[in-house]
Design a protein around this ligand. Structure first.
Ligand code: MIC
Ligand code: SF4
Length: 644
């Protein structure tokens, strides 16, 4: 039978599961895992709770790239915990300064045809190299490190065919912005995007990675490119040619959906505040004065990206009203810019060089001025994420960012002059001295925990019934940044759930934590695509800590849906979306017969609102998810069902 790329990789990683119908659970063998520090501390606390001496994957990696500001002892303590817990359990540790997890993983570890699970929503970046890579909650990573399969809801496979070649000054970022414009931030939910077509052949691995990276903003389960000659070229230049193998779709492979993008028809694009799908042509916004430009993040901080920027900046000065900050994606990228002299073009133009980390992308520094206009090469421009609530953040390609930084206004790069072309280096600078392999005698390592690491609370089994107050009613597209904000002040407390609880939803509603604490059981009512964005399980665990027992929404984003189940919170959807109007903030909802309904696989439940009306709600769960919910969460479930 003719197979597409996803089916080929699934076939290698599933036993007899490949023929299951869309929506079913696929137990997937995970070869590699990655964590980053802001989700990693909780992941490893949960891994420790499973009591497994050594990871059972081919390779597991722990990166430090998010919390690197170290304004107090908390971050450094977390780094020490992460380094010692990695050494103890057979995990490679990438030290702060080595770069952003997705960039470093692509450069030094990604393998075509293998599977990767990462505690970060942009883990699909490795799909640029033909890897089947998923973002998930930290608890899922912990369970995979323990050698258990990752249960994936079988997604639809959508073919994105790229034809032709990109016009001058139009880049990979514009391809994914075009898709966001067409499909919206929920257009990819429940789908894997598999790229093909002659347009793919001309895209280098880092360009493909930019596209796969921002598939997360479409809500896609993951994105994947073929492993072809471009892949081989990249791996060869990284000194890793031996792990290359060709993986392409069979000629008559079948897909559930098809999208075609004609590359030669594309123009430079820009996503307006405050959503990555708010995309228009750059020509429509030309001339708007800007205050800040930030170039970096796991989307656009590769060697080729920054070489383009350096070439544009060379011999020029940034506009007097603009602050330009640049965070290279990895030590490899920064080292190469330093060695070939391009770093001096960047520095001399007046850019501020930041360390190789996420930095401003997650609000760790460089917050714009009040009401400031910031152009960024990042993947997310949610309101307040930059650290300034009223800032206006736009998303663009590195070319647009660099030209605009010089002009002081949003600029169409096509008017800049000769197009900048950077080819793939024959050899990347290879120096893995910030990657620490685990020692052979890991069992002797002492794990060091600072006072910021607060032990996990264990929860009880699911209740038989819940009488809960609606403590919050929200609109559509609520992000995990809305639920559990992350900024320079809060990010250091990712291992301290009671502390974080005081800030849950406070960007939107400062009184939420107090209200939630007052009632015994709380319920959140939401619109479409609830929980889009980050994989942070804190957005489920913190509400759980505040007594939230159910979320009733019009629809959910994938990773957050799983995280709610993992934390023992009921994810309910309206059978009839008009019923959303019938529930008010402060309504009391009565959910009865929960365990029976779960056990007997009842898909539609009736819940009572304010002692008067009955509202039909749906719950779509696999058999395993039912058991996880009944057990009170994935940690309880895994401990209960342990067999080696
Ligand atoms: C993000 O881009 O929002 C993050 C910070 O990388 C998150 C992870 C986190 O919240 O720690 C993500 O994308 O999953
Ligand atoms: Fe880091 Fe930003 Fe990428 Fe998240 S999106 S991993 S914060 S660079």
């Amino acid at each position: 039978m003719a197979l597409n790329i996803v089916e080929k990789i699934l076939q290698d990683h599933l036993s007899e599961e490949a023929n299951k119908k869309v929506g079913d659970d696929l137990p997937l063998k995970i070869d590699y895992t990655l964590t980053q520090d802001s989700t990693g501390t909780l992941t490893y606390l949960q891994f420790e709770a499973l009591d497994i001496p050594k990871v059972k994957t081919k390779l597991s990696l722990s990166f430090v790239d998010h919390n690197t500001l170290q304004t107090g002892y908390e971050n450094a303590d977390d780094h020490r915990y992460l380094q010692t817990v990695a050494a103890k359990h057979g995990i490679y540790f990438s030290k702060p300064g080595n770069g952003i997890c997705h960039q470093v993983f692509l450069e030094r570890f990604a393998v075509p045809g293998a599977t990767l699970l990462g505690s970060d929503s942009h883990t699909p970046t490795a799909g640029g190299l033909g890897m089947l890579a998923f973002g998930a909650g930290g608890l899922n990573i912990a369970v995979s490190m323990a050698g258990k399969p990752y249960c994936l809801k079988k997604p639809k496979i959508c073919n994105v065919k790229l034809t032709g070649t990109l016009p001058d000054w139009v880049s990979a970022k514009d391809i994914i912005l075009e898709l966001l414009k067409r499909l919206s931030v929920k257009g990819g939910v429940g789908k894997i995007l598999e790229y093909s077509g002659d347009g793919v052949l001309g895209l280098s691995v880092p360009e493909r990675a930019t596209i796969a990276n921002m598939g997360a903003e479409l809500g896609a389960t993951t994105s994947i490119f073929p492993s072809d000659q471009q892949t081989k070229l990249f791996l060869k230049a990284q000194g890793r040619e031996d792990c290359w193998r060709e993986i392409i779709a069979d000629a008559d492979a079948r897909y559930d959906e098809k999208i075609v993008i004609e590359l030669n028809k594309l123009e430079p694009l820009i996503a307006k505040p405050h959503s990555p799908d708010n995309v228009v042509k750059i020509s429509e916004l030309e001339g708007i004065p800007i205050n800040q430009v930030v170039i970096g993040s796991c989307t656009n901080s590769s060697y080729q990206d920054l070489m383009k920027v350096a070439t544009i900046l060379r011999g020029n000065s940034i506009h007097p009203n603009v602050s330009l900050s640049i965070a290279p994606g990895s030590k490899q990228v920064l080292g190469m810019l330093a060695e070939n002299g391009s770093l001096s073009y960047i520095v001399n133009a007046g850019a501020r060089i930041l360390e190789c980390a996420c930095g401003p992308c997650i609000g760790m520094g460089q917050a714009p001025e009040s009401g400031g206009i910031s152009l960024r090469t990042n993947n997310r421009n949610f309101c307040g994420r930059s650290g300034t609530q009223d800032a206006q953040v736009y998303l663009v390609s590195p070319e647009v960012a660099a030209v605009s930084a010089l002009n002081g206004v949003i600029s169409d790069p096509r008017k800049w002059g000769e197009p900048v072309k950077i080819s793939m280096p024959e050899k990347f600078l290879i120096n893995d001295n910030l990657i620490i392999p685990p020692p052979d005698n890991g069992e002797d390592v002492e794990v060091i925990r600072g006072p910021n690491i607060v032990p996990l609370k264990l929860y009880q089994e699911m209740e038989e019934e819940i009488k809960g107050h609606v403590v919050l009613k929200t609109g559509d597209n609520i992000t995990t940044d809305d639920i559990m904000p992350s900024n320079a002040k809060l990010l250091p407390y990712r291992s301290n759930i009671p502390f974080l609880a005081n800030y849950c939803f406070t960007g939107m509603d400062p009184d939420f934590p107090q209200r939630a604490k007052k009632v015994e059981s709380g319920i959140i009512v939401a619109g479409e695509n609830y929980g889009q964005g980050s994989s942070r399980e804190h957005a489920a665990l913190v509400p759980r800590h505040l007594g939230i027992r159910a979320v009733l929404a019009k629809s959910f984003a994938r990773i957050h849906y799983d995280n709610l189940i993992n934390m023992g919170i009921l994810p309910l959807t309206f059978e009839n979306c008009n019923d959303y109007e019938k529930i008010k903030q402060d309504s009391v909802l009565y959910i009865k017969d929960i365990k029976n309904n779960l056990k007997y696989g009842k898909n539609t439940w009736l819940i009572e609102a304010d002692g008067a009306i009955q509202i039909p709600v749906k719950i779509e769960l696999t058999k395993r998810q039912v058991e996880v919910l009944i057990a009170g969460g994935l940690l309880n479930y895994t401990k209960k069902n342990w067999e080696d």
